[in-house]
Design a protein around this ligand. Structure first.
Ligand code: HEC
Length: 290
């Protein structure tokens, strides 16, 4: 009887084992999502192998280096389960329980749909493994990770909510790509005194953005924001070309170009959805630069 039951159970499990290998369509979807994040470029030192980590970030807490997210089993994330990788992306926890600093925008990636995260992980597993050890972080603030960070996350860090399924069209699609996957706010939203994004001024620009960039206001404020047409915004996200003949520079050029994929690989429909959403958000007067 028990044997029969075991046999029945193993038969039930067999089909799921057979489908454990992600389909090419799933991997392609994951590559698309990878591009929609801007190519996870923080994990790549410019001009070096994609996803091998080692890029330096200085913050008020000290210095961290982005980590190796290639499928190398020793130095990368190849030995982690899908669930463990997804938990790190959206909740900022490594399999050993260690916290990721919010330099990795997990509060925002928490807004990604489960199916997109699964596809993203399937794609990451297909990228070339690189055996390059992670560089340890140097935290200069005492008890930063044990006391300050958890308190800050609970009190100040706005967290996006995942949709039941990824929206496929319209403003909802644009909002999803901007707020969660594309994490535009991480650079374009001003920060409060605690360094949390000030979402009451969502996308209103940041004079002192990541890597000391000056990040423009892209709310539809007629004086200080983005006044381009939706077509022009969609064109910029594909090519970096601005309506005035100038081209995207710095970090924006990086996310458009991406690494193994970038914003430029978004479909025109998705780029227009982003543009349409940007036109719908509250205009905020906030002059950046000049
Ligand atoms: C890693 C940081 C970063 C991310 C993420 C990012 N941007 Fe940018 N963005 C910048 C910077 C820096 C500039 C200024 C580029 C320049 O000086 O050419 C910029 C410029 C722009 C501009 C041109 C505005 C102008 O007035 O010239 C638009 C439009 C824009 N970004 C839209 C977006 C959208 C939409 C997203 C998300 C899908 C996004 N950005 C994500 C950093 C970022």
């Amino acid at each position: 009887m028990r044997l029969a039951l075991l046999f029945a159970v193993s038969l039930l499990c067999a089909p799921s084992l057979a489908t454990a290998q992600p389909s090419p369509a799933e991997v392609a979807r994951g590559r698309y999502i990878f591009g929609a994040t801007g190519g996870c470029g923080c994990h790549t030192v410019p001009k070096e192998t994609a996803n091998a980590g080692g890029r330096r970030y200085d913050g008020p807490f000290g210095t961290v280096y982005s980590t190796n997210i290639t499928p190398d089993r020793q130095a990368g994330i190849g030995a982690w389960t899908d669930e463990q990788i997804i938990t790190a992306i959206r909740s900022g926890r490594r399999p050993n329980g260690e916290r990721l600093l919010p330099v990795h925008p997990f509060t925002v990636f928490n807004g990604m749909a489960a199916e997109d995260l699964k596809a993203l992980v399937a794609f990451l597993r297909t990228t070339p493994p690189v055996n390059r050890a992670n560089q340890p972080k140097r935290i200069t603030v005492p008890m930063f990770e044990s006391v300050f960070l958890p308190a800050w996350l609970a009190a100040f860090a706005p967290r996006e909510t995942p949709p039941a399924a990824a929206p496929t069209s319209g403003i909802a699609r644009g909002e999803y790509l901007v707020r969660a996957v594309g994490h535009c706010g991480e650079c374009h939203t001003p920060r409060t005194m605690t360094y949390a994004t000030d979402n009451s001024r969502f996308l209103a620009g940041n004079p002192q953005g990541p890597e000391k960039s000056e990040v423009p206001n892209i709310t539809p404020d007629p004086q200080t924001g983005l006044t381009w047409s939706e077509e022009e915004i969609a064109e910029y996200l594909a090519t970096g070309n601005k309506p005035d003949g100038d081209v995207a520079d710095g970090l924006m050029a990086e996310v458009i170009q991406g690494t193994l994929a970038g914003y430029r690989d978004l479909t025109k429909a998705d780029r227009l959805a982003i543009a349409h959403y940007l036109k719908s958000i509250p205009p905020v007067r906030n002059k950046i630069g000049k």
